[in-house]
Design a protein around this ligand. Sequence first.
Ligand SMILES: [Zn+2]
Length: 219
Amino acid sequence: MFNAIRTYPAPVSLAQARSYDSDDVYTELRKVFFDKCYICETNDPHDINVEHFFAHEGNADLKYDWDNLYFACSRCNNIKSNAYNEIIDCCDPEYDAFRSIKLLPPMTPRGKSVMVCPTNQNPRTIKTSELLAKVFNSDHTVNKRISSEFLRDKVFKQYNILLDQMDTYFDPVATSDDKNKSIERMRILIQKKMPYSAFIRWCILEDNILGPLLEEEMD
Ligand SMILES: [Zn+2]
């Protein structure tokens, strides 16, 4: 997960309390969340939803409240439904959305699971970890199993881009120019706007040399 900074004032269409997913809401959410689903971190998702952090269940205050609207793919929105109201609020700076849950990619393109590991015992961290495990590792229906395989494959592809850069960095004949270039590319991969940035960041933190070099840039 990643922290996002919500912009204000709220999109004007919300004041009419008629629609919570007008163009201005989409446009603003897209900016706030770097065009990524805030749960699975897939960027430019094909099927985006304006998701209610607290399920509104007919409550108009929650339904049109800008602070309650998030940018999620329809799959994550569907899995979260009204079962995960009390998760980490990535727009609240009180939570470190990235460091609260360690995420490591699948070992292979068809790996059966990713690692989801809470780093503290805050109930919201635990609940978010449960949600992420369901999103990435779910196999409780055929549809969810296939779509989570597809998702893990995308995480693995991004991880592979990182591995290429690591390979260059640690190549015994790498020049200082090669090393600088690969570090620059890793700097791009850890940016919050990049897909699956939490996975990539945790892989780097797992490395004795690269972790200390790049950790401070993981906002
Ligand atoms: Zn998603």
